[in-house]
Design a protein around this ligand. Structure first.
Ligand code: ADP
Ligand code: MG
Length: 723
């Protein structure tokens, strides 16, 4: 549908094309969209109450509640032309109706005789006695259902409606199927949509006419009408395209405005004090940095020299070499005499990072200081003093550092590692906390690092407040982990291979989807039971460890540490190992019930093996119930490129699988789907940049309503959310 195409005929208009335009409607102001359903003359009180319980309170809520799909019902057929065996729609008058008891207990039929100009039809409903009371002789009905031969022919009715001269809204044409619930079945939502249909013009048009014209997008009123009352599939896609574009445009604008406000709110220290420490570190490296690493290093170095706080996301797969990039940024801060803090999700990782950074930074004479809960009080005091006197150039810890009142007099750079489950609002909070730590009014630069490859669409939405650098590919000599998806009958073989590897001195992971049999989710192997089974059976002669999120922190850490130290041969675990445990000696990863994991997660998991000199093998068990599930596991075996997989995962499963539920929920995309609307997103991104270029404050007259929508979205994005 374009601007020039005719509007969608409203309900009751003839469907034969003789409709020649909408009756003149008053153009109600926004107030109508805010009108409570309970006050709408077309909505019965009972329906309004049910809708309210379902979360639909106003006319606008109903208009924005769009169908998930459409049933394609062809137009009504004259009774004489109904074809037995097929589901069809007929339109006829009710002659008589009665309830019939049957011999089967509890089964009662309602039988009605319907007649049109061509003949007689018997309509049958099961267990809906009330119909005999609510329908009256002479009613004009539309009925849809499967027809059986006979005289007269009969129809087992799946849907029916009383029409009075108008067209059907439940039984013919493209019939929308709405998301509904127990209190408000989809069909009742349809009734609501019909009742408020005439209010569609009330929706506020935020898109400037020129913008719509350039893209051939319908007005918001036409788009909503098209989604609720499409004449053909084309209407649906045009309506969706328009609503998705608008939503994404507003989101992009809000994120860009947010980025700009953040940047202008506080000054940051310019970290430009020479390059000597960086050179010392570089010279000591036993390898050459890859082009991807150099690019990321240059991006970051340039940001750090600016007097505005950097907000950057560095993404690169496990093993892509992000640590050295971080180390060089730390050097840059130290050269300018500013401190850095490295925040990681767990204490184990904090220890690991401290060791790695210690090695990398030694040539520059920089010694990282570890601060975690496990450190004895006196030692902790000493370390805190090093920090507060500015002697410690870099501190490593968990995020607890932010809330423990550590005093960083010259905090210039904060690096947050492996923390992709972070929404815009949480990043804001973190930036506030960081600013509070540094004290003196200058805000530290922030670098987020993640090993989860993030598709561009997600980078533009969920991370739209950040600039992004990506390290693609791996350092030379690092192979992708070979992955085999095997059947149950190859299990013995897989175990034999694992035992052989362990005999050669290697180690193995076994990953299960859940902790315990008693868990509430749908099943799959449990880590606890699997560890027991393996220790008694296939790996009876080996030492088997167990790590999962249900263990106390100490026990979990102990299990991981024993594995890292080579004391256990096999570690049975849940996805607790997903984040960053580094055991270069582990070469085999067996993943049970792989169909229960997201593709990105599987990729992340397999990145845990083959990190040392020996190649890794990932063996995947799983019997996906769907074609998509098969496609995912197939893809996993075929490509080692995390970015490619992430795009595919997004396409198949939606954003939730990549970011985890919490963050995906924050996207709050109502009309747009990231896997589907990539083009709309890119377009919206470009349009947003162009609009802000010309009208940075959105105060041109044609941007007034758009500006209001952006403000609303902006508030929504930055509202703190509970963890
Ligand atoms: P991640 O991105 O997962 O944090 P790391 O920074 O831990 O990756 O790097 C993984 C391993 O690769 C480390 O042992 C590191 O020393 C090594 N490495 C990093 N960059 C290179 C490179 N350019 N060439 C060879 N090895 C590299
Ligand atoms: Mg890392």
């Amino acid at each position: 549908m374009t601007l020039s195409s005719p509007p969608v005929p409203p309900l009751g208009a003839p469907r034969d094309g003789s409709w020649d335009g909408p009756p003149p409607l008053p153009r109600p102001g926004p107030a109508v969209c805010e009108q409570p359903l309970a006050e709408h003359p077309g909505v019965r009180a009972g329906l309004a109450t049910a809708a309210g319980r379902f979360g639909l309170l106003t006319v606008g809520d109903v208009l924005a509640h769009i169908p998930v799909r459409y049933e394609d019902y062809e137009a009504a057929v004259p009774v004489a032309r109904l074809v037995p065996g097929r589901e069809q729609t007929a339109r006829a008058r009710l002659q008589s109706i009665r309830v019939q008891r049957t011999r089967r207990r509890g089964l009662r039929l309602v039988r009605a005789r319907l007649r049109d100009d061509t003949g007689l039809l018997e309509a049958v409903w099961f267990n809906q006695d009330w119909l005999a009371r609510s329908l009256s002789e002479g009613d004009e009905l539309m009925v849809r259902g499967k027809v059986s031969a006979g005289s007269p022919p009969s129809m087992s009715v799946k849907a029916h409606e009383v029409v009075e001269g108008g067209g059907g809204v439940h039984t013919e044409g493209l019939v929308p199927v709405y998301p509904g619930g127990e209190a408000l079945p989809p069909r009742r939502v349809r009734d609501l949509a019909v009742a408020v249909a005439r209010s569609a013009p009330c929706a506020i048009e935020t898109l400037p006419a020129e913008l719509r014209a350039e893209r051939g997008l319908p007005s918001v009123a036409d788009a909503l009408s098209a989604l609720h009352f499409p004449r053909h599939r084309g209407d649906v896609s045009a309506g969706r395209r328009r609503m998705a574009f608008e939503e994404l445009l507003v989101l992009q604008l809000a994120l860009m405005v947010l980025q700009r406000r953040e940047a202008s709110r506080r000054a940051a220290p310019r970290l430009a004090g020479g390059t000597s420490l960086r050179e010392l570190v570089r010279m000591a490296l036993p390898f050459t940095l890859t082009a991807g690493q150099e690019e990321a290093i240059a991006d970051i170095a340039a940001d750090l020299e600016e007097p505005r706080p950097m907000r950057r996301l560095l993404q690169g797969e496990v093993g892509s070499g992000k640590t050295i990039v971080a180390a060089l940024a730390i050097c840059q801060a130290a050269e300018a005499d500013w401190q850095s803090a490295v925040l990681v999700p767990t204490e184990v990782l904090a220890q690991q990072h401290t060791r790695t950074l210690d090695e990398l930074l030694a040539p520059a004479g920089i010694r990282p200081v570890l601060i975690t809960g496990g450190i004895a009080a006196a030692e902790r005091e000493r370390r805190l003093l090093e920090v507060s006197t500015g002697t410690a150039p870099v501190v490593v810890g968990t995020q607890a550092l932010l809330s423990e009142g550590v005093d960083f007099p010259r905090l210039g750079l904060v690096i947050v590692d492996e923390q992709h489950r972070f929404g815009v609002a949480q990043r804001q909070t973190l930036a506030e906390q960081v600013a509070a730590l540094g004290g003196a009014g200058e805000a530290a630069h922030l670098l987020y690092m993640t090993a989860t490859p993030i598709p561009r669409t997600l980078a533009l939405t969920a991370f739209g407040d950040l600039r992004v650098s990506a390290i693609r590919g791996r350092p030379p000599g690092r192979r992708a982990v070979e992955t085999r998806w095997v059947r149950e009958d190859e299990r013995e073989e897989a175990y034999a291979f694992t035992r052989a590897q362990i005999r050669d001195g290697r180690q193995a992971f076994v990953i299960c989807p859940r902790v315990d049999e008693g868990d509430d989710d749908e099943g799959g192997r449990s880590a606890v039971a699997e560890a027991e089974r393996l220790a008694e059976g296939p790996f009876a002669d080996l030492s088997v460890g167990l790590a999962h999120g249900g263990l106390r922190g100490d026990d979990k850490r102990g299990a991981m540490e024993r594995f890292a130290a080579g004391e256990t041969d096999v570690l049975v675990a849940t996805t607790v190992v997903e984040v960053g445990i580094d055991v270069p000696n582990a070469t085999v990863m067996i993943i049970e019930d792989a169909d229960r994991f997201g593709l990105a997660q599987l990729h992340q998991l397999r990145g845990r093996v083959g990190r040392g000199e020996h190649p890794g093998l990932c063996v995947v068990f799983g019997e996906p119930a769907t074609d998509d599930g098969e496609r995912r596991l197939e893809a996993l075996t075929q490509t080692g490129d995390g970015f490619e997989l992430a795009e595919l995962d997004l396409e198949i499963r939606g954003e939730g699988s990549i970011l985890g539920r919490r963050q995906a929920g924050r996207g709050d995309l109502h009309f747009a789907r990231l896997g589907r609307d990539t083009k709309a997103l890119n377009d919206a991104h470009a349009a947003a940049a162009e609009i802000l270029e010309r009208d940075p404050e959105l105060d041109a007259a044609e941007h007034e309503l758009l500006g209001r929508a952006v403000e609303a979205r902006f508030d929504d994005l930055t509202r703190a959310i509970e963890a």
